[in-house]
Design a protein around this ligand. Structure first.
Ligand SMILES: Cc1cc2nc3c(=O)[nH]c(=O)nc-3n(C[C@H](O)[C@H](O)[C@H](O)COP(=O)(O)OP(=O)(O)OC[C@H]3O[C@@H](n4cnc5c(N)ncnc54)[C@H](O)[C@@H]3O)c2cc1C
Length: 422
Protein backbone atom coordinates (compact mmCIF):
# COMPACT_ATOMS: atom_id res chain seq x y z
CA UNK A 1 0.00 0.00 0.00
CA UNK A 2 1.59 3.26 -1.11
CA UNK A 3 1.74 6.00 1.53
CA UNK A 4 1.76 9.55 0.13
CA UNK A 5 2.09 13.07 1.54
CA UNK A 6 0.37 16.35 0.60
CA UNK A 7 3.20 17.21 -1.81
CA UNK A 8 2.45 14.07 -3.86
CA UNK A 9 -1.32 14.61 -3.91
CA UNK A 10 -1.28 16.27 -7.39
CA UNK A 11 0.79 13.57 -9.07
CA UNK A 12 -0.59 10.51 -7.24
CA UNK A 13 -4.27 11.43 -6.94
CA UNK A 14 -5.26 14.32 -9.21
CA UNK A 15 -3.18 13.35 -12.25
CA UNK A 16 -5.93 11.05 -13.56
CA UNK A 17 -7.52 7.63 -13.34
CA UNK A 18 -9.51 6.13 -10.49
CA UNK A 19 -8.06 6.59 -7.01
CA UNK A 20 -9.15 5.84 -3.44
CA UNK A 21 -7.37 7.70 -0.65
CA UNK A 22 -7.47 6.61 3.01
CA UNK A 23 -6.86 9.40 5.55
CA UNK A 24 -5.84 7.54 8.73
CA UNK A 25 -4.61 8.50 12.20
CA UNK A 26 -2.65 6.73 14.89
CA UNK A 27 -4.35 5.55 18.12
CA UNK A 28 -7.56 5.22 16.11
CA UNK A 29 -9.42 1.87 16.54
CA UNK A 30 -11.70 2.42 13.49
CA UNK A 31 -8.55 3.09 11.39
CA UNK A 32 -7.04 -0.19 12.61
CA UNK A 33 -10.31 -1.96 11.76
CA UNK A 34 -10.44 -0.59 8.21
CA UNK A 35 -6.73 -1.04 7.35
CA UNK A 36 -6.80 -4.83 6.63
CA UNK A 37 -10.01 -4.45 4.60
CA UNK A 38 -8.40 -1.65 2.55
CA UNK A 39 -5.24 -3.74 1.97
CA UNK A 40 -7.30 -6.79 0.97
CA UNK A 41 -9.43 -4.81 -1.48
CA UNK A 42 -6.32 -3.18 -2.97
CA UNK A 43 -5.19 -6.67 -4.02
CA UNK A 44 -8.56 -7.35 -5.67
CA UNK A 45 -9.28 -3.99 -7.32
CA UNK A 46 -5.67 -2.77 -7.64
CA UNK A 47 -5.45 -3.22 -11.42
CA UNK A 48 -8.38 -0.85 -11.97
CA UNK A 49 -8.27 1.52 -9.03
CA UNK A 50 -5.22 2.98 -7.33
CA UNK A 51 -5.18 2.61 -3.51
CA UNK A 52 -3.14 5.14 -1.48
CA UNK A 53 -3.11 6.25 2.13
CA UNK A 54 -2.14 9.48 3.92
CA UNK A 55 -1.34 10.17 7.58
CA UNK A 56 -3.94 12.77 8.57
CA UNK A 57 -2.10 14.37 11.52
CA UNK A 58 0.92 15.24 9.33
CA UNK A 59 -1.16 16.42 6.37
CA UNK A 60 -3.76 18.44 8.23
CA UNK A 61 -4.19 21.44 5.86
CA UNK A 62 -4.89 19.17 2.87
CA UNK A 63 -7.24 16.97 4.93
CA UNK A 64 -9.20 20.05 6.01
CA UNK A 65 -9.30 21.39 2.46
CA UNK A 66 -10.77 18.07 1.28
CA UNK A 67 -13.44 18.14 4.02
CA UNK A 68 -11.97 15.32 6.12
CA UNK A 69 -13.40 15.68 9.64
CA UNK A 70 -12.77 12.26 11.18
CA UNK A 71 -10.47 9.25 10.86
CA UNK A 72 -10.52 7.09 8.93
CA UNK A 73 -12.04 8.83 5.90
CA UNK A 74 -11.94 7.29 2.44
CA UNK A 75 -12.13 9.71 -0.50
CA UNK A 76 -12.73 8.56 -4.07
CA UNK A 77 -11.43 10.37 -7.17
CA UNK A 78 -12.06 9.93 -10.87
CA UNK A 79 -9.83 11.81 -13.33
CA UNK A 80 -8.82 14.35 -10.73
CA UNK A 81 -12.38 15.02 -9.51
CA UNK A 82 -13.39 14.13 -5.97
CA UNK A 83 -16.59 12.01 -5.96
CA UNK A 84 -19.53 13.00 -3.76
CA UNK A 85 -19.55 9.82 -1.66
CA UNK A 86 -17.04 9.60 1.17
CA UNK A 87 -16.84 6.93 3.87
CA UNK A 88 -15.79 7.51 7.46
CA UNK A 89 -15.92 5.99 10.96
CA UNK A 90 -16.69 2.28 11.38
CA UNK A 91 -16.46 1.52 7.66
CA UNK A 92 -17.65 -1.92 6.53
CA UNK A 93 -15.95 -3.84 3.75
CA UNK A 94 -19.28 -3.95 1.89
CA UNK A 95 -19.49 -0.10 1.99
CA UNK A 96 -16.08 0.17 0.29
CA UNK A 97 -16.95 -2.53 -2.26
CA UNK A 98 -20.22 -0.76 -3.09
CA UNK A 99 -18.36 2.48 -3.83
CA UNK A 100 -15.54 0.75 -5.79
CA UNK A 101 -18.07 -1.20 -7.89
CA UNK A 102 -19.84 2.04 -8.80
CA UNK A 103 -16.58 3.25 -10.39
CA UNK A 104 -16.29 0.23 -12.75
CA UNK A 105 -18.35 -1.41 -15.51
CA UNK A 106 -20.56 -4.32 -14.47
CA UNK A 107 -18.51 -6.73 -16.66
CA UNK A 108 -15.33 -5.69 -14.88
CA UNK A 109 -17.00 -6.05 -11.46
CA UNK A 110 -18.16 -9.59 -12.37
CA UNK A 111 -14.61 -10.52 -13.39
CA UNK A 112 -13.14 -9.16 -10.14
CA UNK A 113 -15.72 -11.00 -8.00
CA UNK A 114 -14.78 -14.27 -9.77
CA UNK A 115 -11.22 -13.84 -8.52
CA UNK A 116 -12.24 -13.65 -4.85
CA UNK A 117 -10.92 -16.71 -3.04
CA UNK A 118 -13.02 -17.78 -0.03
CA UNK A 119 -11.01 -18.31 3.18
CA UNK A 120 -11.61 -20.59 6.16
CA UNK A 121 -10.10 -20.14 9.63
CA UNK A 122 -10.55 -22.13 12.83
CA UNK A 123 -10.74 -21.05 16.48
CA UNK A 124 -11.65 -22.69 19.76
CA UNK A 125 -14.30 -20.08 20.55
CA UNK A 126 -16.19 -17.59 18.40
CA UNK A 127 -17.89 -14.68 20.17
CA UNK A 128 -20.63 -12.81 18.33
CA UNK A 129 -20.84 -9.25 19.67
CA UNK A 130 -18.13 -7.09 21.26
CA UNK A 131 -20.12 -5.24 23.93
CA UNK A 132 -19.23 -5.63 27.63
CA UNK A 133 -20.48 -9.25 27.69
CA UNK A 134 -18.50 -10.39 24.63
CA UNK A 135 -15.39 -8.39 25.53
CA UNK A 136 -15.27 -9.87 29.04
CA UNK A 137 -15.72 -13.41 27.73
CA UNK A 138 -12.92 -12.68 25.23
CA UNK A 139 -10.63 -11.48 28.01
CA UNK A 140 -11.18 -14.47 30.28
CA UNK A 141 -10.82 -16.97 27.41
CA UNK A 142 -7.66 -15.32 26.18
CA UNK A 143 -6.15 -15.35 29.67
CA UNK A 144 -6.98 -19.09 29.79
CA UNK A 145 -5.01 -19.50 26.52
CA UNK A 146 -8.15 -20.38 24.54
CA UNK A 147 -7.87 -19.35 20.90
CA UNK A 148 -10.75 -16.86 20.51
CA UNK A 149 -12.18 -14.60 17.82
CA UNK A 150 -14.56 -11.69 18.48
CA UNK A 151 -16.89 -10.70 15.65
CA UNK A 152 -18.98 -7.52 15.59
CA UNK A 153 -21.04 -5.83 12.90
CA UNK A 154 -19.96 -2.48 14.42
CA UNK A 155 -16.89 -1.28 16.29
CA UNK A 156 -16.24 -2.80 19.76
CA UNK A 157 -18.02 -1.36 22.79
CA UNK A 158 -21.73 -2.05 22.34
CA UNK A 159 -24.15 0.34 24.03
CA UNK A 160 -21.52 1.59 26.45
CA UNK A 161 -19.61 3.33 23.67
CA UNK A 162 -22.63 5.61 23.06
CA UNK A 163 -23.60 6.16 26.71
CA UNK A 164 -22.53 9.66 27.72
CA UNK A 165 -21.66 8.87 31.32
CA UNK A 166 -21.44 5.71 33.39
CA UNK A 167 -21.48 6.28 37.13
CA UNK A 168 -22.28 2.79 38.39
CA UNK A 169 -19.43 0.66 37.02
CA UNK A 170 -17.33 -0.30 40.07
CA UNK A 171 -13.69 0.73 40.28
CA UNK A 172 -14.06 4.36 39.18
CA UNK A 173 -14.63 7.12 41.73
CA UNK A 174 -15.82 9.64 39.13
CA UNK A 175 -18.40 8.98 36.40
CA UNK A 176 -16.69 7.68 33.26
CA UNK A 177 -17.49 8.72 29.68
CA UNK A 178 -19.01 5.57 28.14
CA UNK A 179 -16.67 5.64 25.12
CA UNK A 180 -13.61 5.63 27.45
CA UNK A 181 -14.91 2.71 29.51
CA UNK A 182 -15.66 0.65 26.40
CA UNK A 183 -12.34 1.65 24.80
CA UNK A 184 -10.44 0.42 27.87
CA UNK A 185 -12.40 -2.84 27.97
CA UNK A 186 -11.74 -3.40 24.29
CA UNK A 187 -7.99 -2.60 24.47
CA UNK A 188 -7.53 -4.91 27.47
CA UNK A 189 -9.08 -7.84 25.57
CA UNK A 190 -7.25 -7.02 22.33
CA UNK A 191 -3.84 -6.65 24.02
CA UNK A 192 -4.30 -10.07 25.59
CA UNK A 193 -4.40 -11.54 22.07
CA UNK A 194 -8.05 -12.15 21.18
CA UNK A 195 -8.48 -11.84 17.40
CA UNK A 196 -10.87 -9.03 16.33
CA UNK A 197 -13.07 -9.04 13.23
CA UNK A 198 -15.08 -5.84 13.64
CA UNK A 199 -17.22 -3.60 11.42
CA UNK A 200 -17.88 -6.68 9.27
CA UNK A 201 -21.01 -7.94 7.55
CA UNK A 202 -22.20 -11.15 9.16
CA UNK A 203 -23.49 -13.00 6.09
CA UNK A 204 -24.46 -16.35 7.68
CA UNK A 205 -24.59 -17.96 11.12
CA UNK A 206 -24.82 -21.75 11.41
CA UNK A 207 -25.07 -22.56 15.12
CA UNK A 208 -25.27 -26.35 14.58
CA UNK A 209 -22.06 -26.45 12.54
CA UNK A 210 -20.50 -23.65 14.65
CA UNK A 211 -19.68 -21.67 11.53
CA UNK A 212 -20.05 -17.97 10.77
CA UNK A 213 -19.48 -16.39 7.36
CA UNK A 214 -18.38 -12.76 7.36
CA UNK A 215 -18.02 -10.38 4.45
CA UNK A 216 -19.49 -13.12 2.20
CA UNK A 217 -16.24 -15.02 1.63
CA UNK A 218 -14.61 -15.54 5.04
CA UNK A 219 -15.77 -18.63 6.95
CA UNK A 220 -14.87 -18.85 10.64
CA UNK A 221 -15.26 -22.21 12.39
CA UNK A 222 -15.13 -22.83 16.13
CA UNK A 223 -15.72 -25.50 18.74
CA UNK A 224 -17.99 -23.25 20.79
CA UNK A 225 -19.98 -20.09 20.09
CA UNK A 226 -20.92 -17.35 22.56
CA UNK A 227 -23.82 -15.11 21.50
CA UNK A 228 -23.35 -11.61 22.97
CA UNK A 229 -25.32 -9.60 20.43
CA UNK A 230 -27.18 -7.41 22.95
CA UNK A 231 -30.29 -5.41 22.10
CA UNK A 232 -31.46 -2.68 19.69
CA UNK A 233 -33.94 0.15 20.33
CA UNK A 234 -37.59 -0.62 19.65
CA UNK A 235 -39.20 1.33 16.85
CA UNK A 236 -42.64 2.85 17.51
CA UNK A 237 -44.20 1.52 14.31
CA UNK A 238 -45.77 4.92 13.67
CA UNK A 239 -46.25 6.48 10.20
CA UNK A 240 -43.17 8.36 9.01
CA UNK A 241 -40.80 6.79 11.55
CA UNK A 242 -38.82 4.52 9.19
CA UNK A 243 -38.45 7.27 6.56
CA UNK A 244 -37.24 9.85 9.11
CA UNK A 245 -34.97 7.52 11.16
CA UNK A 246 -31.61 9.32 11.25
CA UNK A 247 -33.18 12.29 9.43
CA UNK A 248 -34.86 13.97 12.37
CA UNK A 249 -35.66 10.94 14.54
CA UNK A 250 -32.84 9.66 16.73
CA UNK A 251 -32.46 6.76 19.17
CA UNK A 252 -29.13 7.89 20.69
CA UNK A 253 -28.77 11.07 22.77
CA UNK A 254 -24.99 10.79 23.10
CA UNK A 255 -24.66 10.60 19.33
CA UNK A 256 -27.09 13.38 18.36
CA UNK A 257 -28.01 15.72 21.27
CA UNK A 258 -25.07 18.03 20.48
CA UNK A 259 -26.70 18.98 17.17
CA UNK A 260 -29.66 20.57 18.99
CA UNK A 261 -27.98 23.53 20.70
CA UNK A 262 -30.78 25.89 21.90
CA UNK A 263 -33.29 24.04 19.71
CA UNK A 264 -36.63 22.41 20.54
CA UNK A 265 -36.90 18.64 20.76
CA UNK A 266 -39.54 16.04 21.54
CA UNK A 267 -38.56 13.02 23.65
CA UNK A 268 -40.79 9.92 23.60
CA UNK A 269 -40.83 7.43 26.48
CA UNK A 270 -41.04 7.38 30.27
CA UNK A 271 -38.64 4.73 31.59
CA UNK A 272 -35.14 5.26 32.97
CA UNK A 273 -33.54 5.68 29.54
CA UNK A 274 -36.06 8.33 28.40
CA UNK A 275 -35.92 10.32 31.65
CA UNK A 276 -32.11 10.22 32.01
CA UNK A 277 -31.49 10.92 28.33
CA UNK A 278 -33.98 13.85 28.33
CA UNK A 279 -31.99 15.37 31.20
CA UNK A 280 -28.78 14.90 29.18
CA UNK A 281 -30.34 16.41 26.02
CA UNK A 282 -31.31 19.50 28.08
CA UNK A 283 -27.59 20.32 28.36
CA UNK A 284 -27.85 21.28 24.68
CA UNK A 285 -31.49 21.85 23.69
CA UNK A 286 -33.41 24.96 24.76
CA UNK A 287 -36.79 23.28 25.19
CA UNK A 288 -37.88 19.65 25.56
CA UNK A 289 -41.39 18.21 25.43
CA UNK A 290 -41.67 14.65 26.73
CA UNK A 291 -44.51 12.42 25.50
CA UNK A 292 -45.44 9.43 27.64
CA UNK A 293 -48.37 7.04 27.26
CA UNK A 294 -49.07 6.55 30.99
CA UNK A 295 -50.03 9.06 33.71
CA UNK A 296 -46.67 8.67 35.50
CA UNK A 297 -43.08 7.81 34.59
CA UNK A 298 -41.73 4.33 35.30
CA UNK A 299 -38.17 5.66 35.80
CA UNK A 300 -36.60 5.57 39.27
CA UNK A 301 -37.56 8.32 41.75
CA UNK A 302 -34.14 10.02 41.77
CA UNK A 303 -34.14 10.42 37.97
CA UNK A 304 -37.74 11.71 38.03
CA UNK A 305 -37.00 14.33 40.71
CA UNK A 306 -34.07 15.64 38.64
CA UNK A 307 -36.27 15.81 35.56
CA UNK A 308 -39.19 17.63 37.23
CA UNK A 309 -36.73 20.21 38.62
CA UNK A 310 -35.43 20.93 35.11
CA UNK A 311 -37.09 24.14 33.80
CA UNK A 312 -36.37 23.24 30.15
CA UNK A 313 -38.51 20.08 30.27
CA UNK A 314 -42.31 19.79 30.14
CA UNK A 315 -44.30 16.55 29.99
CA UNK A 316 -47.43 15.40 28.12
CA UNK A 317 -48.65 12.39 30.10
CA UNK A 318 -51.24 10.04 28.58
CA UNK A 319 -50.32 11.02 25.03
CA UNK A 320 -49.07 8.82 22.19
CA UNK A 321 -47.41 9.73 18.88
CA UNK A 322 -49.52 8.91 15.82
CA UNK A 323 -47.30 10.16 12.97
CA UNK A 324 -44.03 11.92 12.16
CA UNK A 325 -43.48 14.25 9.21
CA UNK A 326 -40.94 16.77 8.03
CA UNK A 327 -42.08 20.29 7.10
CA UNK A 328 -39.12 22.28 5.82
CA UNK A 329 -36.45 22.02 8.49
CA UNK A 330 -38.99 21.23 11.24
CA UNK A 331 -40.30 17.91 12.52
CA UNK A 332 -44.03 17.59 13.11
CA UNK A 333 -45.16 14.95 15.60
CA UNK A 334 -48.90 14.30 15.72
CA UNK A 335 -49.84 13.14 19.21
CA UNK A 336 -53.13 11.77 20.49
CA UNK A 337 -54.46 12.68 23.93
CA UNK A 338 -55.49 9.22 25.14
CA UNK A 339 -58.22 10.64 27.40
CA UNK A 340 -59.92 13.06 24.98
CA UNK A 341 -58.78 11.32 21.72
CA UNK A 342 -57.90 14.79 20.41
CA UNK A 343 -54.93 14.97 17.99
CA UNK A 344 -52.47 17.87 18.26
CA UNK A 345 -49.24 18.83 16.46
CA UNK A 346 -45.88 19.24 18.17
CA UNK A 347 -43.48 21.24 16.00
CA UNK A 348 -39.82 20.73 16.91
CA UNK A 349 -36.31 20.54 15.47
CA UNK A 350 -35.86 16.85 16.27
CA UNK A 351 -37.36 13.81 17.98
CA UNK A 352 -35.68 11.28 20.29
CA UNK A 353 -37.32 7.89 20.90
CA UNK A 354 -36.53 5.80 24.01
CA UNK A 355 -39.23 3.11 24.32
CA UNK A 356 -37.27 0.04 25.30
CA UNK A 357 -35.16 -2.51 23.50
CA UNK A 358 -35.47 -5.81 21.62
CA UNK A 359 -32.93 -8.69 21.53
CA UNK A 360 -30.68 -9.01 18.46
CA UNK A 361 -31.52 -12.60 17.51
CA UNK A 362 -32.84 -12.28 13.94
CA UNK A 363 -30.20 -14.55 12.38
CA UNK A 364 -30.86 -17.51 14.74
CA UNK A 365 -34.34 -16.83 16.19
CA UNK A 366 -35.71 -20.32 15.36
CA UNK A 367 -32.69 -22.29 16.58
CA UNK A 368 -32.71 -21.56 20.32
CA UNK A 369 -35.18 -21.72 23.17
CA UNK A 370 -36.44 -18.20 23.95
CA UNK A 371 -38.57 -16.66 26.71
CA UNK A 372 -41.92 -14.98 26.04
CA UNK A 373 -40.22 -11.69 25.14
CA UNK A 374 -37.78 -13.28 22.67
CA UNK A 375 -34.70 -13.33 24.92
CA UNK A 376 -32.44 -16.42 24.89
CA UNK A 377 -32.91 -18.87 27.76
CA UNK A 378 -29.67 -20.03 29.43
CA UNK A 379 -28.68 -22.20 32.38
CA UNK A 380 -26.45 -20.94 35.21
CA UNK A 381 -23.32 -21.58 33.11
CA UNK A 382 -24.81 -19.51 30.25
CA UNK A 383 -25.47 -22.59 28.08
CA UNK A 384 -28.35 -22.24 25.63
CA UNK A 385 -30.65 -25.04 24.46
CA UNK A 386 -28.12 -25.95 21.71
CA UNK A 387 -24.99 -27.89 22.72
CA UNK A 388 -21.81 -25.80 22.47
CA UNK A 389 -23.71 -22.52 22.11
CA UNK A 390 -23.63 -20.06 25.02
CA UNK A 391 -25.29 -16.64 25.39
CA UNK A 392 -24.40 -13.69 27.64
CA UNK A 393 -25.42 -10.11 28.40
CA UNK A 394 -28.55 -8.22 27.43
CA UNK A 395 -29.61 -10.80 24.81
CA UNK A 396 -30.41 -13.43 27.45
CA UNK A 397 -33.54 -13.87 29.53
CA UNK A 398 -32.89 -12.10 32.85
CA UNK A 399 -34.24 -9.45 35.17
CA UNK A 400 -31.57 -6.71 35.16
CA UNK A 401 -29.66 -5.56 32.08
CA UNK A 402 -26.61 -3.60 33.14
CA UNK A 403 -22.91 -3.46 32.27
CA UNK A 404 -22.04 -5.29 35.47
CA UNK A 405 -24.51 -8.11 34.76
CA UNK A 406 -23.27 -8.48 31.15
CA UNK A 407 -19.67 -8.58 32.39
CA UNK A 408 -20.65 -11.23 34.96
CA UNK A 409 -22.36 -13.39 32.31
CA UNK A 410 -19.28 -13.13 30.06
CA UNK A 411 -17.07 -14.23 32.94
CA UNK A 412 -19.23 -17.26 33.74
CA UNK A 413 -19.49 -18.44 30.11
CA UNK A 414 -15.73 -18.08 29.56
CA UNK A 415 -14.79 -19.99 32.73
CA UNK A 416 -17.27 -22.77 31.90
CA UNK A 417 -15.99 -23.08 28.34
CA UNK A 418 -12.32 -22.97 29.35
CA UNK A 419 -12.96 -25.83 31.79
CA UNK A 420 -14.82 -27.86 29.15
CA UNK A 421 -12.12 -27.37 26.52
CA UNK A 422 -9.39 -28.36 28.93
C1 LIG B 1 -28.77 4.71 26.55
C2 LIG B 1 -28.27 3.63 27.46
C3 LIG B 1 -27.64 3.97 28.64
C4 LIG B 1 -27.16 2.98 29.51
N1 LIG B 1 -26.55 3.34 30.68
C5 LIG B 1 -26.05 2.37 31.50
C6 LIG B 1 -25.35 2.72 32.70
O1 LIG B 1 -25.18 3.89 33.02
N2 LIG B 1 -24.90 1.70 33.48
C7 LIG B 1 -25.08 0.37 33.18
O2 LIG B 1 -24.62 -0.50 33.91
N3 LIG B 1 -25.74 0.03 32.04
C8 LIG B 1 -26.24 0.98 31.21
N4 LIG B 1 -26.89 0.62 30.07
C9 LIG B 1 -27.07 -0.82 29.78
C10 LIG B 1 -25.76 -1.43 29.23
O3 LIG B 1 -25.28 -0.60 28.20
C11 LIG B 1 -26.00 -2.84 28.72
O4 LIG B 1 -26.55 -3.62 29.75
C12 LIG B 1 -24.72 -3.49 28.21
O5 LIG B 1 -24.10 -2.73 27.21
C13 LIG B 1 -25.01 -4.89 27.67
O6 LIG B 1 -23.84 -5.41 27.13
P1 LIG B 1 -23.90 -6.56 26.01
O7 LIG B 1 -22.49 -6.93 25.73
O8 LIG B 1 -24.83 -7.62 26.41
O9 LIG B 1 -24.60 -5.90 24.73
P2 LIG B 1 -24.34 -4.57 23.90
O10 LIG B 1 -23.67 -3.53 24.68
O11 LIG B 1 -25.68 -4.27 23.29
O12 LIG B 1 -23.35 -5.05 22.73
C14 LIG B 1 -23.80 -5.96 21.74
C15 LIG B 1 -22.82 -5.94 20.57
O13 LIG B 1 -23.22 -6.94 19.63
C16 LIG B 1 -23.11 -6.43 18.31
N5 LIG B 1 -24.01 -7.18 17.43
C17 LIG B 1 -25.34 -7.06 17.27
N6 LIG B 1 -25.79 -7.96 16.37
C18 LIG B 1 -24.71 -8.68 15.95
C19 LIG B 1 -24.52 -9.75 15.02
N7 LIG B 1 -25.53 -10.30 14.35
N8 LIG B 1 -23.27 -10.22 14.83
C20 LIG B 1 -22.22 -9.69 15.50
N9 LIG B 1 -22.34 -8.65 16.40
C21 LIG B 1 -23.57 -8.17 16.62
C22 LIG B 1 -23.45 -4.96 18.45
O14 LIG B 1 -22.91 -4.21 17.38
C23 LIG B 1 -22.82 -4.61 19.81
O15 LIG B 1 -21.50 -4.14 19.67
C24 LIG B 1 -27.35 1.60 29.18
C25 LIG B 1 -27.98 1.25 27.97
C26 LIG B 1 -28.43 2.25 27.11
C27 LIG B 1 -29.09 1.86 25.82
Amino acid sequence: MKEITSSEFETEVLAGGKVVLDFYSTECPPCEAVAPKFEGLAKLYGNDIKFVKMFRQENKPLAEKLGVKSSPTLLFFENGVQMANTLSGGIKRSDIIHQLDSMLTSERVKKIKKDIKPTVSEFDVLILGAGPGGLTAGLYLCQSKVNTVLIDIALPGGHVSTTHEVSNYPGFIDPQPGYMLSHNMSEQTKLCGTVYKVAVDVSKIDLEKKEVVIDEFETIKAKKIIIATGTSPNLMGVAGERELKGKGISYCATCDAKYYGDKEVVVIGGGNSAVEEADFISKFAGKITMVHQFDAFTANKQAQEKLFANPKISVLFEHEPRSFAREGDKMVTEVEDLKTKRISRLVSDGVFVFIGMKPNIDMFRDKLELDGWGYIKTDEDMRTSMPGVYAVGDVISKKYRQITTAVADGTIAAISIAKELN
